[in-house]
Design a protein around this ligand. Structure first.
Ligand SMILES: Nc1nc2c(c(=O)[nH]1)N[C@H]1C(S)=C(S)[C@@H](COP(=O)(O)OP(=O)(O)OC[C@H]3O[C@@H](n4cnc5c(N)ncnc54)[C@H](O)[C@@H]3O)O[C@H]1N2
Ligand code: MOO
Length: 422
């Protein structure tokens, strides 16, 4: 009996939620990291602004700071008013007092002189460019400049003491930029889920190695490491283990001791072959203390799945084909991580027309949720490659997963399909 995709996702949710709660309850749950190390991390506590932004009133334009009243009263006629030009305010220095009857050259961001309450852009002045300061220079500015014109008031973005970012915020470029602007160098963040990756198979060789007959390069460690990192997890170790149950069990136990992961994720060795190392090692026959269910999910690719625990640590087993790994990650682990960790954001789901050669169809087996890969060009989605779970090149040329749920067995050109943008 096959398990529905949603049922399996719920089981993965329970598994990961439990692992995450144990991590949060553990020692050192909150970490303090530098801003550079905080990308995609989740803020562990509220952050109040230690300073106001802007910290002082400053100019929004290159121009002249004036007292608005000195340019004339509202409703008065006359097109310009003349001022003595005072020495400019140098960037990064205190501005001092606005001398009576003067306009002070200020560049964008420079502190406004005390008493000034408006800025006239240099383009509106006569002359309309700055000359080196000389006593006796005069400038004509438009009359009736409103108070506050082109002034960025102190605290107009955020006042000191106000809540800058609440706990639970995912720190991305904008949030980290705010923290830096506030002068904060380090932040408290939640831990990341620690994942131990294990690829299996006698045929699997690390990229850069030499292939013997019948061997292939390990795509899964790299593919899943990247996917997990993007999803806010920490891959504590990733290695290839051979198709031998006892050495597999010993290596797994050693890695659990050494890396103390929250989740073990293996690839390969879980279907119906003669050498299914993960299945054999974790079958519960005493090789290693494990309670893992090896199930068949009504999904293709990614049908065979393992789920449970090994020596008390949460365990997921993905099938060996690289596309099966990516689809399993996107269908089960990524949505669960979005729910449990708040990272990453869920995939964007769209309903879009299918692009196919005239008269073509996209067929999916009855009772199986098929996940095809495709290229969405902003208007329609074109399937890339066939359904085969070894088609890693077609996957790399795709930007969307095409969802063909259990009860959908055919879609024709122009009909709508659901896609998840990768
Ligand atoms: N008689 C049956 N055979 C198979 C069934 C079945 O139901 N009955 N299911 C098929 C499906 S669907 C899948 S998916 C695979 C899953 O097999 P395993 O999880 O046991 O994975 P392996 O046999 O170890 O590998 C499958 C495939 O993937 C290649 N592989 C493995 N690891 C990597 C890696 N790290 N990088 C790149 N490629 C990898 C491996 O060489 C195989 O070609 O079983 C089907 N068979
Ligand atoms: O379910 Mo398997 O993942 O198609 O190739």
């Amino acid at each position: 009996m096959r398990r529905a995709v949603s049922d399996h996702r719920n089981q993965v949710l329970e598994l990961v939620r439990g692992a995450w709660q144990r991590r949060l309850a553990g020692a050192g749950a909150v970490q303090t990291v530098s801003l550079a190390g905080a990308v995609q991390r989740v803020l562990a506590s509220d952050i109040a602004a230690p300073v106001s932004l802007p910290p002082f009133a400053n100019s929004q334009m290159d121009g002249y700071a004036v007292i608005s009243g000195a340019t004339g009263s509202a409703g008065a006629t006359g097109s310009t008013v003349e001022f003595d030009v005072a020495p400019p305010v140098p960037a990064g220095r205190a501005a001092g007092q606005l001398p009576p009857g003067c306009a002070v050259p200020v560049m964008t961001g420079a502190m406004l002189p005390a008493g000034a309450d408006a800025v006239v852009p240099v383009e509106q002045a006569v002359p309309d460019s700055f000359a080196p300061f000389e006593p006796g220079r005069r400038v004509a500015l438009p009359a009736n400049v409103p108070a506050g014109q082109f002034v960025r008031a102190a605290g107009s973005d955020i006042e000191a003491g106000a809540l800058a970012l609440p706990a639970g915020t995912v720190l991305k470029a904008a949030q980290l930029g705010l923290l830096a602007a506030l002068g904060i160098a380090e932040v408290p963040v939640l831990p990341r889920l620690r994942v131990l990756l294990l690829s299996t198979g006698d045929e699997v060789v690390a990229p850069g190695g030499t292939l013997g007959p019948g061997q292939i390069y390990d795509a899964n460690t790299t593919l899943l490491s990247a996917a997990l990192a993007e999803a806010g997890c920490e891959v504590v170790s990733g290695r290839i283990l051979a198709d031998a149950p006892e050495p597999f069990a010993r290596a797994l136990a050693a890695d659990l001791d050494r890396f103390v992961p929250d989740l073990v994720l293996s690839t390969g060795g879980i279907s119906k072959g003669a050498f299914e190392v993960v299945k054999q090692a974790l079958a519960g026959d005493g090789t290693v203390r494990a309670a893992v269910d090896f199930v068949s999910v009504a999904m293709q690719p990614g049908g065979p799945q393992g789920i449970g625990s090994v020596l008390g640590t949460a365990f997921l087993g993905f099938p060996g084909n690289p596309v099966s790994c990516l689809v399993s990650f996107e269908m089960f682990l990524r949505p669960v991580l979005s729910t449990v960790l708040a990272v990453p954001a869920p995939r964007t789901v769209l309903n879009v027309p299918l692009r196919l050669p005239a008269g073509g169809t996209l067929d999916s087996p009855a009772g199986i949720h098929q996940v095809r890969r495709g290229w969405y060009n902003g208007a329609a989605v074109l399937p890339m490659g066939g359904p085969g779970s070894h088609l890693v090149h077609a996957l790399a040329r795709s930007n969307a997963l095409i969802q063909l749920p259990e009860d959908l067995i055919r879609r024709e050109a122009g009909q709508n399909v659901e896609i998840w943008l990768l």
